[in-house]
Design a protein around this ligand. Structure first.
Ligand code: CTP
Length: 222
């Protein structure tokens, strides 16, 4: 199968020397790409700025801003069987990007922000979507409730929820633990393990779900 995977943070420029970003390392997305490549699947990895070696044999598209990630995802999504949106896309960007370095001012300074486009939501509501859509939910509280809400609101097939409240799992860490929510209300847990092991389990789950979904569609057509 062909998988599109997004990974890492985005950077939203403020001026030529500053940007808004987050602590995402890209490790989870890259581990999913590696795990799928090991099973001989085809990978398009759309990556924000990270300090990781690109996985061999993947088609890697490097982006920086949420807008660049949005465009790249929409360019390739329809050619893929599964889209896994693992990236920590910034929710806001500067309303106006200054072309010159912003100078220090008085004691208070406020920056005007506007929302970025939600890539997962845009794919979830795409008419005639043929690919399986997987989102991630990074939560610090009410993990299950918030993740289940995201699954419905963004209309995806699967949401992988992880608790990013502690320093010892989730963002930047090499380990993680996740709860996977399916559209039909089913739920699976993968307990604390290195991200590489979690990635292998996740890839199995995504492929199994996609195979069943495509088989069902074929039966309906025939
Ligand atoms: N996402 C996206 N585009 C955005 C923001 C998020 O595609 N502009 C995707 C992420 O890649 C992830 C999912 O939406 O698959 C959930 O991201 P998360 O940061 O957990 O939640 P948000 O939707 O940003 O909501 P909140 O920050 O309020 O929790």
């Amino acid at each position: 199968m062909r998988l599109l995977i997004t990974a890492g943070p985005t950077r939203e420029p403020i001026d030529p020397v500053r940007y808004i970003s987050n602590r995402s390392s890209g490790k989870m997305g890259y581990a999913i790409a590696e795990a799928a490549l090991a099973e001989a699947h085809e990978i398009i990895l759309i990556s924000g700025p990270v300090n990781l070696e690109p996985p061999g044999n993947a088609k890697v598209i490097s982006v920086s801003t949420s807008d660049e990630m949005f465009e790249a995802v929409h360019r390739y999504a329809d050619e893929c069987d599964i889209c896994v949106l693992c990236a920590a896309v910034a929710d806001y960007k500067a309303a106006n990007v200054s072309s010159t370095k912003i100078k220090k001012r008085g004691a208070k300074f406020s920056l005007g922000l506007i929302p970025t486009r939600d890539i997962l939501d845009s794919l979830g509501h795409q008419q005639d979507r043929q690919f399986v859509l997987v989102g991630f939910a990074a939560e610090t509280d009410h993990v299950e409730e918030n993740a289940a809400k995201k699954l419905r609101a963004k209309n995806c097939d699967i949401i992988v929820a992880n608790d990013v409240s502690g320093a010892d799992s989730g963002m930047e860490s090499d380990v993680n633990e996740v709860i996977i929510f399916f559209r039909n209300g089913e739920k699976k847990e993968i307990s604390r393990a290195p991200k590489k092991n979690i990635a292998r389990e996740l890839v199995k789950i995504f492929l199994d779900f996609a195979t069943k979904t495509f088989d069902k569609k074929n039966v309906m057509i025939n």
